[in-house]
Design a binder for this molecule. Sequence first.
Ligand SMILES: Nc1ncnc2c1ncn2[C@@H]1O[C@H](COP(=O)(O)OP(=O)(O)O)[C@@H](O)[C@H]1O
Ligand SMILES: [Mg+2]
Length: 294
Amino acid sequence: MGPTPSPPDEAIDLLTGHIGKPTATRLLSDRRGSRAWKIQGPRGAVALKANSPDSVDARDKAAEMAQEDDHLLRLTKAGALSPGYRVDAGAWPGGRWLAVRWIDGTPLWKALAPTRESEGDRASARPRLLRIARTWAEHLARLHAVGWAHADVQPTNTLVTRDVHAAVIDYALACGPPTGPRLPYRGALTHTTAPEIAAAILATPADAHIQATPAADLWSLGASLFWCWTGHRPVTYDDDLPRLEKLRTIAKGSTTAISKVRPWPFSAFEEALTACLSADPAHRPTAQELAAAW
Ligand SMILES: Nc1ncnc2c1ncn2[C@@H]1O[C@H](COP(=O)(O)OP(=O)(O)O)[C@@H](O)[C@H]1O
Ligand SMILES: [Mg+2]
C-alpha cells in the first residue's frame, strides 16, 4: 500500500473559491481507475472525483470524468438537476476532476439494514421503505421527463439522507438525447443490469453504444430495492462466473420470487418491485407511476 492519494492541487485551488480554504480532506473511494474525496471547507463541502493517473485505463477514465461533467451541465440546463449540484470541473496534469455538492447520506445497503432483519417490520419500517422508494422514483422521473436515463441505478449510487430522501449520484454513464460522440455505454454494475441491456451487451461488439432507456432504470431500481431489502440479488448465479455468463443468465429475464426471500411480508411493496423486474420493459411501471403509487 502506498501513501493515501491526495486530490489534485488544481481542483483544490478552484474549490477554495466555492467552499473556502479546505479544513478537512478524506479519501472516500479508490477503485476502477477513479478516486473520490470529501473536501470540507468553512462554507460547505463537496465530493471531488478525479481519475487515477496511474491506472491502465487512465485516458478512458479521464474521458468518463469529462463526460460526467457534460451530463451534469446538460441535466442542470434541462431542469432535472438542482443548479447547485455541480460545483466545478477541470483538467489537471493527471487527467480530469469534477466536484459536486456533498450529500450527507447513507448508502442504500446500510440504510436498509434494519428493515432486512426478520424482526424488521417495526412501526416505522413500512413508511420508511416507501418513502425511500418514492423519493428515488421522483428523482428518476425528473431525468426521464427530459429524455434521459441514469443508466447506473444501483445501491452505492443512492444515498439516503437523514430526512429519508433518496439522493441519486454518479451521472458518468447517463444516456441522454444524442448530441455527438460519447463513450459507448455497455451496462454498469452486473447485478442491477436490466435483461434487455444484458441481451444487447451480448449481441453487440464491445465498442458499440447501447442507449439505456428509462425502463431499464426501473428494472435497476427494482433490483436495488429487492437486493437491499431482502439481502438477495434478484437473479441468482455463481459469483465466480465471468461477467458475460452472469449477463446471459440475467438476459433470460426470470428473477427469484420475492416471496421466497423477503424478510417479512409487505405485499404492496413486493408487487411493485416484481412489476419493476418484469422482463418486458413495457410491463414495468414508469418512475412517475411508481412515485404516485408509493
Ligand atoms: N455528492 C456526493 N455526496 C456524498 N458522497 C458522494 C457524492 N458523490 C460521490 N460520493 C461518494 O463517492 C463515491 C464515488 O462517487 P461516484 O460518483 O459514485 O463515482 P464512481 O462510482 O464512478 O467511483 C460514492 O460511492 C460516494 O461514496
Ligand atoms: Mg458510483
